[in-house]
Write a protein of this length. Structure first.
Length: 460
Protein backbone atom coordinates (compact mmCIF):
# COMPACT_ATOMS: atom_id res chain seq x y z
CA UNK A 1 0.00 0.00 0.00
CA UNK A 2 1.09 3.63 -0.55
CA UNK A 3 1.66 6.07 2.26
CA UNK A 4 -2.03 6.98 2.60
CA UNK A 5 -3.52 5.02 5.50
CA UNK A 6 -6.76 2.99 5.64
CA UNK A 7 -8.04 5.52 8.17
CA UNK A 8 -7.56 8.36 5.66
CA UNK A 9 -9.25 6.35 2.94
CA UNK A 10 -12.18 5.61 5.24
CA UNK A 11 -12.48 9.32 6.07
CA UNK A 12 -12.60 10.22 2.37
CA UNK A 13 -15.20 7.53 1.70
CA UNK A 14 -17.32 8.73 4.62
CA UNK A 15 -17.07 12.35 3.45
CA UNK A 16 -18.29 11.31 -0.01
CA UNK A 17 -21.31 9.53 1.44
CA UNK A 18 -22.27 12.51 3.61
CA UNK A 19 -22.34 14.89 0.66
CA UNK A 20 -25.59 13.30 -0.52
CA UNK A 21 -28.90 13.76 1.27
CA UNK A 22 -31.77 11.34 1.40
CA UNK A 23 -33.64 10.11 -0.55
CA UNK A 24 -30.77 9.88 -3.09
CA UNK A 25 -28.66 7.22 -1.25
CA UNK A 26 -31.83 5.28 -0.49
CA UNK A 27 -32.85 5.30 -4.17
CA UNK A 28 -29.36 4.09 -5.20
CA UNK A 29 -29.48 1.27 -2.63
CA UNK A 30 -32.88 0.21 -3.89
CA UNK A 31 -31.64 0.31 -7.48
CA UNK A 32 -28.70 -1.97 -6.63
CA UNK A 33 -30.93 -4.42 -4.76
CA UNK A 34 -33.27 -4.66 -7.77
CA UNK A 35 -30.65 -4.86 -10.52
CA UNK A 36 -27.49 -6.32 -9.00
CA UNK A 37 -27.90 -9.52 -11.00
CA UNK A 38 -28.18 -7.56 -14.26
CA UNK A 39 -25.26 -5.33 -13.28
CA UNK A 40 -23.01 -8.30 -12.52
CA UNK A 41 -24.01 -10.00 -15.78
CA UNK A 42 -23.30 -6.83 -17.74
CA UNK A 43 -19.89 -6.45 -16.10
CA UNK A 44 -18.71 -9.93 -17.11
CA UNK A 45 -20.36 -9.81 -20.55
CA UNK A 46 -18.28 -6.75 -21.35
CA UNK A 47 -15.15 -8.09 -19.69
CA UNK A 48 -15.16 -11.44 -21.50
CA UNK A 49 -15.22 -9.69 -24.87
CA UNK A 50 -11.59 -8.80 -24.24
CA UNK A 51 -9.27 -11.62 -25.41
CA UNK A 52 -6.91 -11.05 -22.48
CA UNK A 53 -9.74 -11.40 -19.96
CA UNK A 54 -11.07 -14.51 -21.67
CA UNK A 55 -7.69 -16.21 -21.18
CA UNK A 56 -7.73 -15.43 -17.45
CA UNK A 57 -11.34 -16.25 -16.58
CA UNK A 58 -13.90 -18.49 -18.23
CA UNK A 59 -17.68 -18.41 -18.56
CA UNK A 60 -17.79 -21.44 -16.27
CA UNK A 61 -15.90 -19.59 -13.53
CA UNK A 62 -18.23 -16.62 -13.88
CA UNK A 63 -21.29 -18.83 -13.46
CA UNK A 64 -19.83 -20.90 -10.62
CA UNK A 65 -18.31 -18.19 -8.46
CA UNK A 66 -17.50 -14.78 -9.89
CA UNK A 67 -21.05 -13.62 -10.70
CA UNK A 68 -22.18 -14.06 -7.08
CA UNK A 69 -18.98 -12.40 -5.83
CA UNK A 70 -19.66 -9.37 -8.02
CA UNK A 71 -23.21 -9.06 -6.65
CA UNK A 72 -21.88 -9.16 -3.08
CA UNK A 73 -19.29 -6.53 -4.00
CA UNK A 74 -22.01 -4.25 -5.39
CA UNK A 75 -24.00 -4.65 -2.18
CA UNK A 76 -20.97 -3.78 -0.06
CA UNK A 77 -20.14 -0.67 -2.09
CA UNK A 78 -23.59 0.84 -2.47
CA UNK A 79 -25.43 -0.14 0.69
CA UNK A 80 -22.87 1.00 3.28
CA UNK A 81 -23.97 3.52 5.90
CA UNK A 82 -21.77 6.64 6.35
CA UNK A 83 -21.74 6.10 10.13
CA UNK A 84 -20.59 2.48 9.83
CA UNK A 85 -17.03 1.30 10.40
CA UNK A 86 -15.55 1.44 6.92
CA UNK A 87 -12.29 -0.32 7.76
CA UNK A 88 -13.58 -3.71 6.62
CA UNK A 89 -14.79 -2.19 3.35
CA UNK A 90 -11.38 -0.60 2.74
CA UNK A 91 -9.67 -3.91 3.53
CA UNK A 92 -11.95 -5.64 1.03
CA UNK A 93 -10.88 -3.29 -1.79
CA UNK A 94 -7.22 -3.76 -0.87
CA UNK A 95 -7.66 -7.54 -0.92
CA UNK A 96 -9.38 -7.44 -4.31
CA UNK A 97 -6.59 -5.31 -5.75
CA UNK A 98 -3.92 -7.68 -4.43
CA UNK A 99 -5.74 -10.73 -5.81
CA UNK A 100 -6.04 -9.09 -9.24
CA UNK A 101 -2.30 -8.37 -9.20
CA UNK A 102 -1.50 -11.89 -8.05
CA UNK A 103 -3.43 -13.54 -10.90
CA UNK A 104 -2.08 -10.89 -13.30
CA UNK A 105 -5.37 -9.33 -14.33
CA UNK A 106 -4.29 -6.13 -16.14
CA UNK A 107 -5.50 -3.08 -14.25
CA UNK A 108 -6.95 -1.60 -17.44
CA UNK A 109 -9.47 -4.45 -17.51
CA UNK A 110 -10.67 -3.61 -14.02
CA UNK A 111 -11.02 0.06 -14.91
CA UNK A 112 -12.79 -0.81 -18.14
CA UNK A 113 -15.23 -2.95 -16.20
CA UNK A 114 -15.91 -0.03 -13.85
CA UNK A 115 -16.58 2.23 -16.84
CA UNK A 116 -19.13 -0.22 -18.25
CA UNK A 117 -20.73 -0.50 -14.81
CA UNK A 118 -21.12 3.27 -14.68
CA UNK A 119 -22.82 3.31 -18.06
CA UNK A 120 -25.20 0.52 -17.05
CA UNK A 121 -25.99 2.36 -13.81
CA UNK A 122 -26.75 5.57 -15.68
CA UNK A 123 -29.04 3.72 -18.09
CA UNK A 124 -30.92 2.23 -15.13
CA UNK A 125 -31.14 5.61 -13.40
CA UNK A 126 -32.58 7.23 -16.51
CA UNK A 127 -35.19 4.49 -16.69
CA UNK A 128 -36.10 4.71 -12.98
CA UNK A 129 -39.52 6.42 -12.61
CA UNK A 130 -38.87 7.23 -8.94
CA UNK A 131 -36.04 9.63 -9.82
CA UNK A 132 -36.61 12.94 -11.51
CA UNK A 133 -34.51 15.94 -12.40
CA UNK A 134 -32.02 16.87 -9.70
CA UNK A 135 -32.36 13.57 -7.82
CA UNK A 136 -31.40 11.60 -10.91
CA UNK A 137 -28.35 13.80 -11.42
CA UNK A 138 -27.30 13.44 -7.76
CA UNK A 139 -27.80 9.67 -7.88
CA UNK A 140 -25.53 9.48 -10.94
CA UNK A 141 -22.91 11.54 -9.10
CA UNK A 142 -23.09 9.24 -6.06
CA UNK A 143 -22.74 6.10 -8.17
CA UNK A 144 -19.75 7.54 -10.04
CA UNK A 145 -18.12 8.74 -6.85
CA UNK A 146 -18.45 5.40 -5.06
CA UNK A 147 -17.12 3.45 -8.03
CA UNK A 148 -14.24 5.90 -8.41
CA UNK A 149 -13.14 5.70 -4.78
CA UNK A 150 -13.37 1.91 -4.80
CA UNK A 151 -11.31 1.74 -8.02
CA UNK A 152 -8.77 4.17 -6.59
CA UNK A 153 -8.17 2.00 -3.51
CA UNK A 154 -8.13 -1.16 -5.59
CA UNK A 155 -5.61 0.38 -8.01
CA UNK A 156 -3.34 1.53 -5.18
CA UNK A 157 -3.32 -1.98 -3.74
CA UNK A 158 -2.86 -3.47 -7.20
CA UNK A 159 0.16 -1.28 -7.94
CA UNK A 160 1.85 -2.08 -4.62
CA UNK A 161 1.28 -5.81 -4.98
CA UNK A 162 2.30 -5.80 -8.63
CA UNK A 163 5.56 -4.01 -7.78
CA UNK A 164 6.32 -6.59 -5.09
CA UNK A 165 5.58 -9.42 -7.50
CA UNK A 166 7.76 -7.80 -10.16
CA UNK A 167 10.65 -7.45 -7.72
CA UNK A 168 10.25 -11.08 -6.70
CA UNK A 169 10.21 -12.16 -10.35
CA UNK A 170 13.37 -10.17 -11.02
CA UNK A 171 14.99 -11.62 -7.91
CA UNK A 172 14.12 -15.10 -9.12
CA UNK A 173 15.69 -14.36 -12.50
CA UNK A 174 18.86 -13.17 -10.78
CA UNK A 175 18.76 -16.15 -8.46
CA UNK A 176 18.70 -18.44 -11.47
CA UNK A 177 21.82 -16.70 -12.79
CA UNK A 178 23.83 -17.70 -9.74
CA UNK A 179 21.79 -20.47 -8.15
CA UNK A 180 24.75 -22.87 -8.33
CA UNK A 181 26.94 -20.56 -6.29
CA UNK A 182 30.05 -22.72 -6.08
CA UNK A 183 30.09 -23.44 -9.83
CA UNK A 184 29.53 -19.79 -10.75
CA UNK A 185 32.22 -18.62 -8.36
CA UNK A 186 34.80 -20.97 -9.85
CA UNK A 187 33.79 -20.03 -13.38
CA UNK A 188 34.24 -16.33 -12.71
CA UNK A 189 37.47 -16.80 -10.79
CA UNK A 190 38.78 -18.72 -13.82
CA UNK A 191 37.58 -15.95 -16.15
CA UNK A 192 39.34 -13.33 -14.02
CA UNK A 193 42.57 -15.39 -14.05
CA UNK A 194 42.29 -15.88 -17.80
CA UNK A 195 42.10 -12.10 -18.35
CA UNK A 196 45.10 -11.56 -16.10
CA UNK A 197 47.15 -14.16 -18.00
CA UNK A 198 46.24 -12.58 -21.33
CA UNK A 199 47.27 -9.19 -20.02
CA UNK A 200 50.60 -10.45 -18.70
CA UNK A 201 51.35 -12.08 -22.06
CA UNK A 202 50.42 -8.89 -23.92
CA UNK A 203 52.75 -6.86 -21.68
CA UNK A 204 55.53 -9.41 -22.08
CA UNK A 205 55.46 -9.16 -25.88
CA UNK A 206 55.41 -5.36 -25.72
CA UNK A 207 51.93 -4.51 -27.04
CA UNK A 208 50.84 -0.88 -26.97
CA UNK A 209 48.36 0.26 -24.31
CA UNK A 210 45.46 0.40 -26.77
CA UNK A 211 46.14 -3.24 -27.67
CA UNK A 212 46.04 -4.50 -24.08
CA UNK A 213 42.94 -6.54 -23.14
CA UNK A 214 40.69 -4.45 -20.91
CA UNK A 215 39.00 -6.08 -17.97
CA UNK A 216 35.72 -4.36 -18.81
CA UNK A 217 35.42 -6.15 -22.16
CA UNK A 218 36.83 -9.46 -20.91
CA UNK A 219 34.55 -12.40 -20.11
CA UNK A 220 34.70 -11.62 -16.40
CA UNK A 221 34.08 -7.90 -16.87
CA UNK A 222 31.05 -8.44 -19.09
CA UNK A 223 29.56 -10.95 -16.66
CA UNK A 224 30.09 -8.74 -13.64
CA UNK A 225 28.72 -5.55 -15.19
CA UNK A 226 25.66 -7.15 -16.75
CA UNK A 227 24.82 -9.89 -14.26
CA UNK A 228 27.03 -10.02 -11.18
CA UNK A 229 26.66 -6.36 -10.22
CA UNK A 230 22.88 -6.69 -10.57
CA UNK A 231 22.75 -9.91 -8.58
CA UNK A 232 24.86 -8.43 -5.77
CA UNK A 233 23.28 -4.98 -5.92
CA UNK A 234 23.72 -2.94 -2.75
CA UNK A 235 26.84 -4.70 -1.45
CA UNK A 236 29.90 -2.55 -0.78
CA UNK A 237 32.09 -5.14 -2.50
CA UNK A 238 30.15 -4.67 -5.72
CA UNK A 239 31.00 -0.99 -5.86
CA UNK A 240 34.65 -1.72 -5.06
CA UNK A 241 34.94 -4.22 -7.95
CA UNK A 242 33.34 -1.75 -10.37
CA UNK A 243 35.71 1.00 -9.24
CA UNK A 244 38.73 -1.32 -9.46
CA UNK A 245 37.75 -2.32 -13.00
CA UNK A 246 37.44 1.34 -13.98
CA UNK A 247 40.85 2.14 -12.46
CA UNK A 248 42.48 -0.73 -14.35
CA UNK A 249 40.98 0.23 -17.70
CA UNK A 250 41.14 4.02 -17.37
CA UNK A 251 44.36 4.58 -15.42
CA UNK A 252 46.63 1.58 -15.07
CA UNK A 253 46.55 0.14 -18.60
CA UNK A 254 47.03 3.51 -20.38
CA UNK A 255 50.00 4.18 -18.09
CA UNK A 256 51.93 1.28 -19.62
CA UNK A 257 52.55 3.35 -22.78
CA UNK A 258 54.28 5.97 -20.71
CA UNK A 259 56.10 3.32 -18.68
CA UNK A 260 58.35 2.60 -21.65
CA UNK A 261 59.88 6.00 -21.03
CA UNK A 262 60.12 5.39 -17.28
CA UNK A 263 62.67 3.38 -15.44
CA UNK A 264 62.29 -0.24 -14.50
CA UNK A 265 61.41 0.56 -10.91
CA UNK A 266 58.34 2.55 -11.98
CA UNK A 267 57.22 -0.24 -14.30
CA UNK A 268 57.50 -2.77 -11.48
CA UNK A 269 55.44 -0.47 -9.26
CA UNK A 270 52.72 -0.24 -11.93
CA UNK A 271 52.69 -4.02 -12.34
CA UNK A 272 52.48 -4.44 -8.58
CA UNK A 273 49.44 -2.12 -8.36
CA UNK A 274 47.81 -3.93 -11.25
CA UNK A 275 48.38 -7.23 -9.48
CA UNK A 276 47.02 -5.86 -6.19
CA UNK A 277 43.89 -4.55 -7.88
CA UNK A 278 43.30 -7.93 -9.52
CA UNK A 279 43.83 -9.78 -6.26
CA UNK A 280 41.44 -7.40 -4.51
CA UNK A 281 38.79 -8.04 -7.17
CA UNK A 282 39.15 -11.77 -6.61
CA UNK A 283 38.95 -11.37 -2.85
CA UNK A 284 35.82 -9.21 -2.99
CA UNK A 285 34.25 -11.54 -5.54
CA UNK A 286 34.68 -14.45 -3.10
CA UNK A 287 33.18 -12.33 -0.33
CA UNK A 288 30.16 -11.51 -2.48
CA UNK A 289 29.49 -15.14 -3.22
CA UNK A 290 29.84 -16.01 0.45
CA UNK A 291 27.57 -13.14 1.50
CA UNK A 292 25.03 -14.16 -1.14
CA UNK A 293 23.82 -16.63 1.45
CA UNK A 294 21.44 -19.41 0.54
CA UNK A 295 18.72 -17.65 2.52
CA UNK A 296 19.15 -14.35 0.64
CA UNK A 297 19.40 -16.15 -2.67
CA UNK A 298 16.03 -17.73 -2.04
CA UNK A 299 17.16 -20.92 -0.31
CA UNK A 300 16.54 -21.95 3.25
CA UNK A 301 19.82 -21.83 5.16
CA UNK A 302 19.22 -25.10 7.03
CA UNK A 303 17.84 -27.39 4.34
CA UNK A 304 19.00 -25.63 1.12
CA UNK A 305 15.44 -25.85 -0.20
CA UNK A 306 13.65 -22.86 -1.67
CA UNK A 307 12.00 -20.59 0.88
CA UNK A 308 8.81 -18.53 0.70
CA UNK A 309 10.53 -15.74 -1.21
CA UNK A 310 9.90 -17.30 -4.62
CA UNK A 311 6.57 -18.96 -3.88
CA UNK A 312 4.52 -16.34 -5.79
CA UNK A 313 6.87 -16.36 -8.78
CA UNK A 314 6.98 -20.14 -9.13
CA UNK A 315 3.24 -20.61 -8.70
CA UNK A 316 2.34 -17.79 -11.08
CA UNK A 317 4.64 -19.32 -13.69
CA UNK A 318 3.11 -22.78 -13.27
CA UNK A 319 -0.46 -21.44 -13.36
CA UNK A 320 0.35 -19.62 -16.61
CA UNK A 321 1.94 -22.76 -18.03
CA UNK A 322 -1.05 -24.89 -17.05
CA UNK A 323 -3.49 -22.46 -18.65
CA UNK A 324 -1.48 -22.15 -21.86
CA UNK A 325 -0.80 -25.89 -22.28
CA UNK A 326 -3.99 -27.27 -20.72
CA UNK A 327 -1.71 -29.02 -18.24
CA UNK A 328 -2.07 -29.83 -14.57
CA UNK A 329 0.11 -29.73 -11.49
CA UNK A 330 -0.26 -30.56 -7.82
CA UNK A 331 0.82 -29.31 -4.41
CA UNK A 332 1.91 -31.43 -1.47
CA UNK A 333 1.59 -29.64 1.88
CA UNK A 334 3.84 -31.60 4.24
CA UNK A 335 4.16 -31.44 8.01
CA UNK A 336 6.50 -33.48 10.22
CA UNK A 337 4.36 -35.22 12.84
CA UNK A 338 4.96 -34.42 16.52
CA UNK A 339 8.01 -32.33 15.65
CA UNK A 340 7.75 -30.27 18.83
CA UNK A 341 8.38 -33.45 20.81
CA UNK A 342 11.61 -33.98 18.90
CA UNK A 343 12.88 -30.55 19.96
CA UNK A 344 11.61 -30.97 23.52
CA UNK A 345 13.00 -34.48 24.06
CA UNK A 346 16.22 -34.39 22.04
CA UNK A 347 17.08 -30.70 21.61
CA UNK A 348 17.06 -28.26 18.71
CA UNK A 349 20.21 -29.69 17.16
CA UNK A 350 18.40 -33.00 16.79
CA UNK A 351 15.37 -31.18 15.38
CA UNK A 352 17.58 -29.50 12.78
CA UNK A 353 19.08 -32.87 11.81
CA UNK A 354 15.60 -34.34 11.36
CA UNK A 355 14.57 -31.44 9.12
CA UNK A 356 17.72 -31.79 7.03
CA UNK A 357 17.15 -35.52 6.57
CA UNK A 358 13.48 -34.95 5.66
CA UNK A 359 14.61 -32.36 3.09
CA UNK A 360 17.05 -34.85 1.55
CA UNK A 361 14.38 -37.54 1.32
CA UNK A 362 11.91 -35.14 -0.29
CA UNK A 363 14.58 -34.04 -2.78
CA UNK A 364 15.52 -37.62 -3.61
CA UNK A 365 11.87 -38.41 -4.30
CA UNK A 366 11.30 -35.40 -6.56
CA UNK A 367 11.98 -34.88 -10.24
CA UNK A 368 14.16 -32.19 -11.77
CA UNK A 369 11.18 -30.07 -12.78
CA UNK A 370 9.49 -30.16 -9.37
CA UNK A 371 9.88 -27.39 -6.79
CA UNK A 372 10.53 -28.00 -3.10
CA UNK A 373 10.06 -25.33 -0.44
CA UNK A 374 10.61 -25.18 3.27
CA UNK A 375 7.90 -22.84 4.49
CA UNK A 376 9.25 -22.61 8.02
CA UNK A 377 9.52 -24.82 11.07
CA UNK A 378 8.56 -28.38 10.17
CA UNK A 379 6.42 -27.35 7.17
CA UNK A 380 7.42 -28.25 3.62
CA UNK A 381 5.71 -27.79 0.29
CA UNK A 382 6.28 -29.60 -3.00
CA UNK A 383 4.96 -28.46 -6.37
CA UNK A 384 4.71 -31.47 -8.68
CA UNK A 385 4.62 -30.43 -12.34
CA UNK A 386 2.66 -32.24 -15.06
CA UNK A 387 0.72 -34.61 -12.81
CA UNK A 388 -2.92 -35.47 -12.29
CA UNK A 389 -4.52 -36.41 -8.97
CA UNK A 390 -3.70 -40.11 -9.30
CA UNK A 391 -0.01 -39.52 -9.94
CA UNK A 392 0.15 -36.85 -7.23
CA UNK A 393 -1.37 -39.22 -4.67
CA UNK A 394 1.01 -41.99 -5.73
CA UNK A 395 4.03 -39.68 -5.31
CA UNK A 396 2.78 -38.44 -1.93
CA UNK A 397 2.16 -41.95 -0.64
CA UNK A 398 5.59 -43.10 -1.80
CA UNK A 399 7.22 -40.19 0.03
CA UNK A 400 5.17 -40.79 3.20
CA UNK A 401 6.11 -44.47 3.20
CA UNK A 402 9.82 -43.89 2.62
CA UNK A 403 10.07 -41.37 5.45
CA UNK A 404 8.17 -43.69 7.79
CA UNK A 405 10.61 -46.50 6.95
CA UNK A 406 13.73 -44.32 7.31
CA UNK A 407 15.96 -44.44 10.39
CA UNK A 408 16.69 -40.84 11.35
CA UNK A 409 20.08 -40.20 12.96
CA UNK A 410 20.44 -37.82 15.91
CA UNK A 411 23.44 -36.57 17.90
CA UNK A 412 25.19 -39.04 20.22
CA UNK A 413 24.45 -41.92 17.82
CA UNK A 414 20.78 -41.92 18.69
CA UNK A 415 18.11 -42.80 16.14
CA UNK A 416 14.46 -41.92 15.75
CA UNK A 417 11.42 -42.92 13.71
CA UNK A 418 9.70 -39.99 12.01
CA UNK A 419 6.44 -39.71 10.09
CA UNK A 420 4.83 -37.00 8.00
CA UNK A 421 1.31 -35.98 7.08
CA UNK A 422 0.56 -34.74 3.57
CA UNK A 423 -2.30 -32.74 2.09
CA UNK A 424 -2.61 -32.93 -1.71
CA UNK A 425 -4.31 -30.38 -3.94
CA UNK A 426 -4.48 -30.51 -7.74
CA UNK A 427 -4.76 -27.44 -9.97
CA UNK A 428 -8.43 -26.77 -10.72
CA UNK A 429 -8.17 -23.83 -13.16
CA UNK A 430 -8.41 -21.21 -10.41
CA UNK A 431 -6.09 -18.35 -11.41
CA UNK A 432 -5.31 -17.44 -7.79
CA UNK A 433 -2.73 -19.96 -6.57
CA UNK A 434 -3.51 -19.16 -2.92
CA UNK A 435 -6.83 -20.94 -3.31
CA UNK A 436 -4.85 -24.06 -4.16
CA UNK A 437 -2.58 -23.59 -1.14
CA UNK A 438 -5.61 -23.21 1.11
CA UNK A 439 -7.08 -26.45 -0.23
CA UNK A 440 -3.79 -28.26 0.36
CA UNK A 441 -3.61 -26.86 3.90
CA UNK A 442 -7.17 -28.00 4.59
CA UNK A 443 -6.30 -31.50 3.38
CA UNK A 444 -3.18 -31.49 5.59
CA UNK A 445 -5.33 -30.42 8.56
CA UNK A 446 -7.61 -33.40 7.90
CA UNK A 447 -4.62 -35.75 7.71
CA UNK A 448 -3.39 -34.50 11.09
CA UNK A 449 -6.85 -34.80 12.66
CA UNK A 450 -7.40 -38.29 11.28
CA UNK A 451 -4.34 -39.72 13.01
CA UNK A 452 -1.26 -38.38 11.14
CA UNK A 453 1.16 -40.39 9.01
CA UNK A 454 -1.26 -40.33 6.09
CA UNK A 455 -2.06 -38.65 2.77
CA UNK A 456 -5.35 -36.81 2.16
CA UNK A 457 -6.56 -35.40 -1.16
CA UNK A 458 -8.23 -31.98 -1.00
CA UNK A 459 -11.91 -31.73 -1.81
CA UNK A 460 -12.69 -30.04 -5.12
Amino acid sequence: MPKITPEQLAAEWRALLRRFQEPVPQRVRALVERHRDALASHFYEQLLQDPVASRIISHEQVKARLHDSMMRWLDSIFTVDPDADLQALIAQQIHIGEVHARVEVPVYLVLRGARHLKKKFHDLLEADPTLEGRQQFEAARLVSGLLDVAMEILSFAYAGSHDRNSRAAEAYRLFSVVQNVSTERERQRAALLDWENQLMFALAVGLEADQLPSIGTAEFGLWFRHKGAHAFLGAAETEFILQAMDRIDQALLPAFNRSQENNAQQRVQQLRELREQTKAIGFHLDTLFQQNSELEAGRDALTRLLNRKFLPVVFTKEVDYARERDASFAVLAIDVDHFKQVNDNYGHEAGDMVLQQVAVLISNNSRGGDYIFRLGGEEFLVLLVDVDSARALKAAEKLRRQIAEECFHLPLDRTLAVTISIGVAVYDSQPDYRQMLRRADAALYRAKNEGRNRVVLADD
